[in-house]
Design a binder for this molecule. Structure first.
Ligand code: GLA
Length: 681
């Protein structure tokens, strides 16, 4: 079956994915509407769907049309996806359909306004083997218009007995807490007004009827590919209609011009529960979003938690030797290697090696790291400047500010206005030079403050686009370069940044017990192969919690394992144990980073080919309490699985129906790693 089919008699388009269908139709007066978003339909079944109800104007009712992009024209009362002010002051868009284009899996439905020379293209893209539908919107106008809002897409749900919203909220060092609430009648807004994706909310939603579980039930989900301010407005009307509209910017934001395009707002339907939805997202992100997801992410050491701003050539060399001993593959020097940066009060913007700390430049350290058999990585924060810096003294006008108002400093820093081409060019030039003149394989791109005094207009959007374009150019010019996205921990975790980076720093909180829930939230949408996780010291520097080394390792091994502890203070025994656990991780790494993830009760399971890896956790031991077996998921019931460590052989059907008891020691913060291999019949 082709990915996209057009039925001219009924004026409807069917997008077909392996397990789902998405069908769009037009009302008699050309309003584009969603006719179906759910299980896969044959052409005959799609033709049998009821057509879009006619748009009915009413003072006291709703139109009943599940619009693909809600405008503010006529008798519409929902949250508008598209708000245009035309040159003469007119508002609203009255839809007129002008045609469509289909190319491979890409459908463009062409619309225009009936009175003004404005074209609106509704884009849809589906790919063979993938259940995700990508959507975005483009505007072209012959005369300049003001866009008060231009969402990427609106998504509509079928009538369900109830509606439950799952989303992530949190804060700094507490990202990605999954919340599940009944969707209230009315409007629910999930948003970031901070200029970054944010720690407080993440741009994705899942909605179910209230009955889905981790491994069963229908789930409708969408995620926005954007790393700046964003807004998703969910609506549930008293009459039961439900859906959401989303895109970049937030209320009161406006852009002017004749051409505009939005980021992708991707959506999927799954009948495999939240876990099934997550696995479809992971596959999509790995196969169609991340640039080098087919690689295995190397194990890095980063000294930030260990030494903070106290970096120097000799001390970093000593740290590198220990990192290599434990098995690190990349050595990353974090903040404070440049300019006058010896604390967070100065130096951002002056991107040359601090002459006192690195009297001969970075090369001696890089050469030593290479001699130890590791690659070299460096921390940068290109979008920022400290007022106490040569850059600011030379270009005080480069920062985002409002004339006549105080410049809000956060962490003693100001935001450079990358929407100005000369500022973005400056950043690209020094980054390009830094990577060209040094053997740098890895950059950690940080962004440690939110945006203020940005005003309405293009700045917020233009800045993020410039960040994207600098990253794209750097990658194109330096194909070996790998990049970690970071924003005070996980403040820039989204599909937009993942399209041009290799991993995300999940959270500044490396406490393994807290990480369990942060990682649980991260993997709702984003794959384990992009989730950077370090093993650090105990007690944890942020939370003060004491957790055994094996537990810390096992939690971090559930993603892209890294090391961040103060290794000179680790005992010989700890260093040896760490080296052993690193070796185990290197063995399971393909399964964790490229496998299918099943979230079990207090455990995660990864499956790749004939291998199964389970990482199980128990925060509190209770003497004498009976252990509850852990039921595995997604195994071949007829196969036998051999435990690679004990040699025990288990039947697949018994692993999923009865489960197995993780071999926990009796303490608090107990953890276990189980490696199984499917036996050939
Ligand atoms: C942010 C990052 C940390 C570290 C510091 C450096 O907080 O999340 O990992 O890089 O900046 O200042």
């Amino acid at each position: 079956m082709s990915l996209i089919a057009f039925d001219p008699a009924r004026r409807r388009w069917s997008l077909t994915t392996p397990r789902t269908s998405y069908v769009i139709g037009l009302t008699d007066d050309d309003v584009p509407a969603c006719l179906h978003w759910g299980p896969r339909l044959t052409p005959e079944q799609a033709a049998a769907l009821p057509g879009a109800v006619p748009f009915r104007a009413s003072s006291f009712d709703e139109s009943g049309v599940a619009e693909e992009l809600l405008t503010e024209a006529g008798a519409r009362y929902g949250a508008a996806s598209l708000q245009i002010r035309f040159a003469n002051g007119d508002t609203g868009v009255e839809w007129q359909h002008t045609g469509h284009e289909i190319e491979d899996g890409h459908l463009t439905i062409l619309m225009r306004d009936r009175a003004h020379p404005v074209e609106v293209a509704l884009h849809y893209r589906v790919r063979a083997g993938c259940d995700v539908v990508e959507r975005w919107t483009e505007i072209r106008s012959e005369e300049p218009v003001t866009l008060l809002r231009c969402d990427s897409a609106a998504w509509n749900l079928p009538p369900l007995p109830g509606y439950r919203l799952s989303h992530a909220s949190g804060g700094w060092a507490a990202e990605n807490s999954v919340r599940r609430v009944e969707l209230p009648v009315g409007e629910t807004v999930l948003t970031s007004r901070r200029g970054i994706t944010s720690h407080q909310a993440n741009p994705w939603v899942m909605v179910d009827a209230g009955e889905a579980g981790e491994e069963h039930g229908e789930v409708w989900s969408a995620a926005l590919a954007w790393s700046g301010s964003w807004r998703v407005t969910l609506g549930r009307t008293p009459s039961g209609r439900t859906g959401w509209t989303g895109g970049f910017g937030h209320e009161g934001v406006s852009w002017q011009g004749t051409a505009w395009s939005t980021p992708v707002f991707a959506g999927l339907y799954s009948d495999g529960g939240f876990g099934g939805a997550s696995r479809t997202w992971h596959r999509y992100v790995n196969e169609h979003v991340r640039p080098a997801a087919g690689e295995l992410r190397p194990l890095l050491y980063n000294s930030w938690e260990a030494v903070g701003f106290h970096v120097g050539e000799e001390s970093q060399k000593r740290m590198a030797a220990l990192a290599a001993r434990v098995g690190a593959e990349v050595f990353v020097m974090d903040d404070a290697w440049f300019g006058g940066r010896t604390s967070d009060r100065a130096g951002l913007g002056d991107w040359w090696p601090n002459p006192e700390r690195f009297p001969h430049g970075l090369t001696p350290l890089i050469e030593e790291v290479h001699r130890l058999g590791m690659k070299f990585g460096l921390w940068v924060e290109p979008e920022m400047v400290n007022p106490d810096s040569d850059l600011y003294r030379e270009h005080p006008d480069w920062v985002v500010h409002m004339p006549g108002r105080p410049r809000t400093e956060l962490r003693h820093q100001l935001l450079l206005d990358f929407s100005r081409p000369e500022v973005a060019d400056w950043a690209h030039k020094w980054l390009h030079r830094l990577v060209s003149e040094h053997a740098i394989d890895f950059l950690k791109w940080d962004c440690n403050r939110t945006f203020t005094q940005a005003g309405p207009g293009d700045l917020l959007v233009g800045h993020v686009r410039a960040v994207y374009s600098i990253l794209d150019r750097l990658r194109a010019d330096h194909p070996h370069l790998r990049v970690e996205a970071c924003s005070g921990g996980g403040g820039r975790t989204d599909l937009g940044i993942m399209a041009r980076t290799d991993q995300v720093w999940t959270s500044d909180n490396t406490d393994a017990a807290d990480r369990l829930s942060i990682q649980h939230g991260f993997t709702q949408i984003y794959p384990a192969g992009a989730m950077a996780a370090w093993v650090t010291d105990s007690p944890n520097p942020i939370t003060g919690r004491r957790v055994p080394l094996a537990f810390r390792f096992h939690v971090a091994m559930a993603g892209v394992l890294g090391l961040g502890g103060d290794l000179p203070n680790w005992s010989e025994r700890e260093l040896d144990e760490a080296a052993e656990l690193v070796a185990v991780y290197k063995d399971i790494r393909p399964v964790v980073q490229h496998g299918e993830l099943h979230r079990l009760r207090e455990a995660v399971q990864y499956t790749l080919g004939d291998r199964v890896v389970v990482l199980a956790f128990r925060r509190r031991g209770a003497f004498g309490a009976p252990g509850v077996p852990l039921r595995l998921s997604g195994l071949d019931p007829d196969a036998r699985y051999r435990d690679e460590d004990t040699g025990a052989v288990h039947h697949g059907v018994l692993l999923t129906s009865r489960g197995l008891l993780p071999p926990f020691p009796s303490d608090d913060y107990a953890s276990a790693l189980i490696r199984l291999r499917k036996e050939q019949p």
